[in-house]
Design a protein around this ligand. Sequence first.
Ligand SMILES: Nc1ncnc2c1ncn2[C@@H]1O[C@H](COP(=O)(O)OP(=O)(O)OP(=O)(O)O)[C@@H](O)[C@H]1O
Ligand SMILES: [Mg+2]
Length: 356
Amino acid sequence: MAELVLQLNEINKYFNNNHVIKNVNMTFEKGEFITFLGPSGCGKTTLLRMIAGFYEPDEGEILLKGKRIDKVPPYNRNTAMVFQEYALFPHMSVFDNVAYGLSVKKLPQDEVAKKVKVALEMMQLVGMEQRYPNQLSGGQQQRVAVARALVMDPDVLLLDEPLSNLDAKLRETVRVELRHIQQEIGLTTIYVTHDQSEALSMSDKIVVMKEGVIHQIGSPQEIYFEPNTTFVADFIGTTNLLKVEVLGEHKVKYGATEIVVEQTVDSGKEYSLSIRPECIKLTGNAVDQEGEACVKGKITEKMFLGEKVRYFLRDTQDKEWVVDIFDPGKTLFTGEVYIVFADNKAWLIEHNKLDD
Ligand SMILES: Nc1ncnc2c1ncn2[C@@H]1O[C@H](COP(=O)(O)OP(=O)(O)OP(=O)(O)O)[C@@H](O)[C@H]1O
Ligand SMILES: [Mg+2]
């Protein structure tokens, strides 16, 4: 059985009258890499700070390895947090910054030195031990902050956008290294990022939030292919969302196009379909084939991107579509075309109270 490390039960947080975290429930197992994803201001940092102990929830409880910690001060819970603004000690060298937490714990000097060395190697900071934060670039400071947290061997490592100041290449390297170390030592990690591809490529689980509400918790594949709400579908990657009418138990209609869906639909409810741009074909003639849906459209714009062409279209209901055609060859589509997709590539989303 997987070991439960972190539990958040019915968490609510207010800043004055601003209800910023709304009834949040989640559980995480040892060794999981979890990412909080959502637009700016949705509450990611606030949630992380409550887990670390820098904010107290107004309602609800947080359990770390089965013990209530929501009233325990940060230094007495075995969590380590890397802040969005990294917060290094300016008057301490890189070495002392990273060693600080271990020294406070009164670990023997040689053990401290050994652990710091490993953390600095991991973060590619060897040779910078004696520098001060103001002698480092933003990206280097960020890596010192990650090293300072890693060295503590926490039960949960909390990282708030820790790679945002790194250039694309270094970011990729540190990301791979971090994920490698995390898996090797089975470190439970919560990671906040704006970068969807970072979230999709690194995480075991993604938590998608909007305005303090969790819309979905799932694996990257679940989040991408089986979004719970239209917000999740739209926020992760690009998608085409179609409002549909219910025709039968397993049948919906978009304009004149009928689509068979796996799930049972209810005529009293509202639904949308989400169809990813890469799941669509364009054809010159209408297709009338079992299991495929066909919508007439007109190309309004196209972008040649080498491996694919991204088409923008408008259908007869004036709805905009995005379609990606891979390995496009030299001849591109123009004018009126048919937008064709397999019924089973259309994911059905029931509108619920989370949707606007
Ligand atoms: N200390 C505070 N006092 C009052 N309001 C706050 C405080 N900290 C955050 N907020 C508000 O709470 C909401 C959530 O903020 P939070 O920093 O958690 O968002 P975020 O998801 O981390 O955003 P970003 O991606 O921009 O970092 C915002 O509306 C913010 O203005
Ligand atoms: Mg934040």
